[in-house]
Ligand binder design. Sequence first.
Ligand SMILES: Nc1ncnc2c1ncn2[C@@H]1O[C@H](COP(=O)(O)OP(=O)(O)OP(=O)(O)O)[C@@H](O)[C@H]1O
Length: 289
Amino acid sequence: MDISLKNVEYRYQADSPFERLAISDVSIDVPSGTYLAVIGHTGSGKSTVLQHLNALLKPTKGSVLIGSREIKAGRKEKNLKGVREKVGIVFQFPEHQLFEETVEKDIMFGPMNFGVTEKEAKARARSAINLVGLPEEILEKSPFDLSGGQMRRVAIAGVLAMEPEVIVLDEPTAGLDPRGRKEIMDLFYSLHKKRNLSTVLVTHSMEDAARYADDIVVMHQGKVFTKGTPEQIFSDPKALLELGLDVPEVVGLQLKIEEAFNTKFSKISLSEEELAEMVAELMEGGGPK
Ligand SMILES: Nc1ncnc2c1ncn2[C@@H]1O[C@H](COP(=O)(O)OP(=O)(O)OP(=O)(O)O)[C@@H](O)[C@H]1O
């Protein structure tokens, strides 16, 4: 399912004394099957963009196309259930939204709310718990007896049980330790590939953006500052650093090597292996000229 934002503006509390322009003239395409990362400073408009992807927010100018459904500024939109079913959002700290007595009931809640039978919802809960790598026995437990990492996985299983075509992730690893972070990010990436999903990841981690995304959008002060492939975005590290954003560690290392040797490699490498090869080639060629 394709999603595209066309010249979207959003004002919080529009037409009130508290009106606040959050994003303007934002155009972003998420073609079916794409993994898109949205990066930018705090307050640059990432979460506001994200909430347009399943019509939690409706543009105050411009339009959003979600599959065949167009959400247009100034128009009353009815029955957005279909859109919400197809686009699942994993918010920051999703475990805060767990509320049922058992894990199973919690996972079944979303699908049943969208009209899935109890039998089917149970089957989906079982399959979702397997997908997130938890044992089935956990289905009978109270979500509040689990560890933080397990609760996060249960909350993610609840979104997966909706069987969405698009998954939107708002800092899904916030608060996890490095191992937990990698496990969750790898889980989303394998689901993305296996189920041919579209994935939109809002992140402060340049490493994750470089490692997983096909495309990156850089937001700055409510506008799209630039967009492109990870190679394109990180090939101009100075522009990102000037915005106060980081670059992946390996890019920072390349800049330091270039400075130390007073040389410039022909491209930016996004993996340690590639950087090591470029350095080896340089040395084999007799070092920097
Ligand atoms: N509910 C709200 N009411 C009024 N203004 C808001 C509201 N939510 C966000 N804003 C404002 O909109 C702008 C964009 O905020 P947004 O949360 O989209 O940024 P962000 O890039 O997601 O930030 P963060 O990285 O901190 O999550 C900011 O100026 C913010 O203060």
